[in-house]
Every structure is written in structure tokens, then in C-alpha cells.
Design a protein around this ligand. Structure first.
Ligand code: FES
Length: 366
């Protein structure tokens, strides 16, 4: 390398550096990096089942045992589906859902474990190297594959044996039937259930945890109380809860409410709802009209109620109007009064469906 300046005098057709240019080492002075050595494949060690026929036979029996148990569990699933009543609880903990989950889950688990055992213990385990190649087959290969397919169709007699063809198509088509049978679990159509809750005229509004009926004096200005209809805490003449189990959960999912107290001067009632509060106490559905989350994030200064799921915000001083978020309908309000004992009561059911909207939500249903 030289730092002396000299004129560019091409002698072999290559320009020489001038005094102003920085001389760089010729490219062939850079040493190429060492190539990575191919580590090759590790030495193949035979497994116990490769060398001992007894172990091989035992592994085979284990795998077959798992697959057989999977068959039995699948049949158990079908038997449980048709024989165990939906609401039955056996030994205080065993139910239809548990039986279905255990049998089908167990069958899938055993098939998976059996397949893994088969592959690990019995299938050949030598390494195979496949070189990369273009994904698309050559035209010759494609033509050959189509030829093989045509030949297979011709040899199978699929076209010549309509009886087999039709019965096969029928057998495959009917495989969709079990999926349709399971639709039974969706139950009968809802009828007018979406338009009603358990709230009735004269039903008391009670604290949702203690079941104690609420008086107007129990709720201060700015306070929010989670509440329920009194019927969820009542018993029949035999001492049994009027609502229990799934029925209670379904009824609660529609009838849960919140009671809030706002200064009467701040309230702007919706049309036709002027007398639905008691001294500023208003009861609204607790179920968001977007997709049905329960709401109780309350901001007492602004009278805003925020749904934690997708932030729909309702103004409870303004008839439950949506002021932000994806909800499309105001929060339904329950008309309120006080009974002769001084407790808060509903004067009717909600006048509109509670919870998420649906296509017929604005149609009147008795
Ligand atoms: Fe309330 Fe979506 S469920 S905002």
C-alpha cells in the first residue's frame, strides 16, 4: 500500500488512484470466511423395541389398547348424551357435561398418545433427508399424476358401479347428520322470552347479595347499588327456592339491575318516562345493550355509567342515553314506585328488551 501521490497512468486498462484518493487493498486480499462444516447426522442407535421382539410386541399391545379404549369412550359419549338427563347431578358433582367432556376428551387424548407411542416405539426411526426442490411439479409429473388418477378412477369402477358410488356418496353425506342432531341442544326457539324478564308489578327491588329489600333512604345521592328482583330470594310453599340452577342463572342474566340516585333537578327523563323515578332514584338494567356485559362502573359527578367490555358509556341522568361507544340503544329503565311498607318496587316489567339488540328488538311482543 502506498500513500505517495502520482498521476493516473493506466497501463493495463485499470485506473490508478490519484494523490487525492485513498488507496484501498485489492479485493483478493480479503480472506474468505471459513465454511461451516457439515456436522452430519448423529449415529443411529437402535431402540429397545428394535432389538427385543418381546418389547416390540408389548408396545404394539399398548398402542392397540389405547385405540380400543378410545373406541369405548366414544361409544360412552353417545350413550351419556342420550341417557343422562341435562339437569341431573349424581354424587353431588357428576353431570352430563362432565360425562361428555371426560369421554370425548379421553378418547381424543388416547388417540393422540397412542399415535405418539406408535411413532416413537414402533415406526422406523432412521433419518431421511429430502433436498429442497421447487414446489411446482414438472409438466411431465403433473401429466403422469393425472394419468394415474384417471387410471385409478377407471380401475376402481367408480363410474361403472353406480350402486357402490351412490351408497358411498350417501354414507359420506349422512355423516353430517350427527351435527344436525346436536342442534337439538339449542333448545326450542325463544318465542317472546327476549322481550320479558321476571320483573312484575309490585316486585320489590332487593340488594343483590343480601336479598334485603331497598328503601329510598338506603340510597344516597350519587350512590349506585347492585340489585335484583325479590323473587330470586323467595321460596315456594315447600321451602324450595322459586328459581334455582340454570333457570336462576338465565333469569338473573336478564333481570339484574342497578339503582342510582341523582338529584331530581339533574334528571332529563326519556319521553313517557317522567314518573319512573322515586325522589331521583332510578333503576336501570345492568346488562349492556352492546353485547351484554354486566355494567357498574359509575361516575357519580357526571352520571355516566361505563361498560368495561368495549367502553359504551351511558348517561343515566339523560334516560340512559348512549354517549360513547359501540352500544346502539339506551339502557332500559325499570318504572319504579314505593309500596305501602316503604320499599322500592317495580310498577311493571321493562317496557323494552334488555341486553344486546337483535333484529326484531323494536317489534312489540306480548
Ligand atoms: Fe358493553 Fe360491548 S358489551 S360495550
Amino acid at each position: 500500500m502506498s500513500s505517495e501521490s502520482h498521476d493516473a497512468q493506466p497501463s493495463d486498462g485499470v485506473a490508478q488512484p490519484t494523490g487525492d484518493e485513498v488507496a484501498r487493498p485489492p479485493r483478493n486480499d480479503i480472506e474468505p470466511a471459513e465454511p461451516i462444516e457439515n456436522p452430519g447426522l448423529p449415529e443411529h442407535l437402535p431402540r429397545p423395541t428394535d432389538v427385543d421382539p418381546k418389547l416390540e410386541k408389548r408396545a404394539e399391545r399398548q398402542v392397540a389398547g389405547m385405540f380400543t379404549a378410545a373406541i369405548i369412550l366414544t361409544i360412552g359419549f353417545c350413550v351419556a348424551y342420550f341417557t343422562i338427563p341435562k339437569d341431573a347431578v349424581i354424587f353431588g358433582w357428576f353431570s352430563l357435561n362432565l360425562a361428555l367432556g371426560l369421554t370425548l376428551g379421553g378418547a381424543l387424548f388416547l388417540i393422540g398418545i397412542g399415535a405418539i407411542q406408535w411413532a416413537k416405539k414402533l415406526m422406523k426411526d432412521h433419518e431421511i433427508i429430502e433436498m429442497r426442490h421447487p414446489a411446482r411439479s414438472s409438466d411431465d409429473d403433473r401429466e403422469a399424476a393425472l394419468g394415474v388418477l384417471d387410471e385409478g378412477v377407471a380401475e376402481s369402477g367408480f363410474g361403472r358401479r353406480p350402486l357402490i358410488r351412490r351408497s358411498l356418496i350417501g354414507a359420506v353425506a349422512i355423516l353430517g347428520l350427527p351435527a344436525i342432531v346436536m342442534l337439538r341442544d339449542l333448545g326450542p326457539l325463544p318465542g317472546n322470552k327476549l322481550f320479558h324478564t321476571v320483573w312484575r308489578k309490585g316486585m320489590r327491588v332487593v340488594n343483590d347479595v343480601s336479598g334485603i329489600p331497598l328503601r329510598p333512604s338506603d340510597i344516597e345521592v350519587g350512590q349506585l347499588v347492585n340489585a335484583q328482583p325479590a323473587v330470586f330470594f323467595e321460596t315456594d310453599s315447600h321451602g324450595h327456592a322459586v328459581f334455582h340452577g340454570t333457570e336462576l342463572l338465565q333469569a338473573k342474566a336478564k333481570a339484574s339491575v342497578i339503582a342510582v340516585r341523582i338529584r331530581p333537578d339533574d334528571i332529563k327523563p326519556r319521553k313517557g318516562q317522567a314518573n319512573w323515578d322515586v325522589d331521583g332514584i332510578m333503576v336501570y338494567s345492568k346488562i349492556c345493550t352492546h353485547v351484554g356485559c354486566p355494567i357498574s362502573l359509575w361516575e357519580q359527578q357526571t352520571h355516566h355509567l361505563l361498560c368495561p367490555c368495549h367502553q359504551t358509556t351511558y348517561d343515566l341522568a339523560d334516560g340512559g342515553k348512549v354517549i360513547f361507544g359501540p352500544g346502539k340503544r339506551p339502557l332500559p329503565q325499570l318504572p319504579l314506585a314505593v309500596d305501602s311498607d316503604g320499599y322500592l318496587i317495580a310498577t311493571s316489567d321493562f317496557h323494552e328488551p334488555v341486553g344486546p339488540s337483535f333484529p326484531e328488538v323494536n317489534q312489540h311482543r306480548d
